[in-house]
Design a protein around this ligand. Sequence first.
Ligand code: AHR
Length: 502
Amino acid sequence: MKAKAVFEKDFQVGKVDKRLFGSFVEHLGRCVYGGIYEPGHPTADEQGFRQDVMELVRELDVPIVRYPGGNFVSGYNWEDGIGLREHRPRRLELAWRTIETNEVGVNEFVDWTRKVGSEPMLAVNLGTRGIDAARNLLEYCNHPQGSYWSDLRRSHGYEQPHGVKVWCLGNEMDGPWQMGHKTADEYGRLAAETGKVMKMLDPSIQLVACGSSNRGMKTFPEWEATVLDHCYDYVDYISLHTYYGNPDNDTPAFLASSLDMDQFIDTVVAVCDYIKAKKRSRKTLYLSFDEWNVWFHSHQADRKLEPWQIAPPQLEDVYTHEDAIVVGTMLISLLKHCNRVKIGCQAQLVNVIAPIMTQNQGPAWRQTIFYPFQHASRFGRGTVLLPVIDSPRYDSRRFKDVPYLEAIAVENEDDYVTVFAVNRHLDQELDLTMELRGYGDLRLDSHIVLAHHDSKATNTMDNPGNVVPRHDGKTSVEQDGIHSVLAPLSWNVIRFKKANAI
Ligand code: AHR
């Protein structure tokens, strides 16, 4: 199989906002308790945070982390998680039917984000609560001093405000499963009024309105249009969420999932621009893809869990090699749309549908999906070039005309150009010819490959190095172009250094 990809230095999609490589920590299962936080773990620091997990989070280089939910936030009283730990209440957590101990709350989470070199993105409860709880939380976090909530924060040991910049106005409010589920008109009005009040308090913040929970919702995309009709002037982003899975073991169809993601983004952009035109607005709305991943492996196990446990093993997907390839294509989709998608949060970060797994009292390790995320986060910052791709194609059950090759190029700010490329073919190599026009001579720096003979191979506690990247990809820079051989079902990171750079 042969394919061609052409990129031109001056034909650009746009600049990547580093927050495209964000993540998500929800009070769900073992994401917080047993994930980022486990006092008594051999690596726990003075606050009870696992340093082995922190090390892996730093490897991922996650610039922003959404918190505390997710479905959890729609029943959450943020005040339960502040002040002395011994006074914090245990609550029935209704979204995931567990017991929430509130040992970790907003202050501890902000501390943790600073320790891993990240920043928090907080969600307010617009399910069971509303404007008042949201403005109080904002005052507690961001107001310097001299008011009830800011002085309470100071009395809790946080003299300086947290300065939280990005706030989500609720979570998946279109979903009937959500506590306090609303119609688009009800939510749109509430988002507008909450956003208005929050910006009265702190005009420097950025707000994310809830879009649809996924593209398959019956109310999509009318939900977005109605919600934005109400709150366009008060918000900065609209959210998108999507999860893909392979429950029927139809891998060719599963591997085409990012085509759905591309269409989802294009549709939401169109709705945003329609509302912009309708309102004669000069403001452009951006997208926050603040939940995305593969999620399906754990569905059966979760149905069998006993309710009202503390931090049970929920949503613990063990990811395969093919899942990592799908995650790679989803990252390429985000990069392709970087002119409009400014924030992305892979859901989630630890244990819960996550790149990092832990055992309580035991080790932490990297799942297969860790690697494409790490590569994109480290080498995907800069300016994305418009891809022109000529690839053989296949038909899958859901998507027809699926290109075997998915690729994007990013001009990095340090004299490198990085190409991310996926070969979707299950058993054939792809001979790729590339042109990177406008760069003069380029020197091959490295060709990293994530490939495996078994598409279902996983990384486990006992075998954490089963699916790992190698640095032996086949690429050569020749007179007539750049030639690469992409292994079957592979994720490739091909990096070039500009020849005039030292
Ligand atoms: O990430 C898991 C759950 O998926 C989140 O709580 C919810 O927002 C979504 O439905």
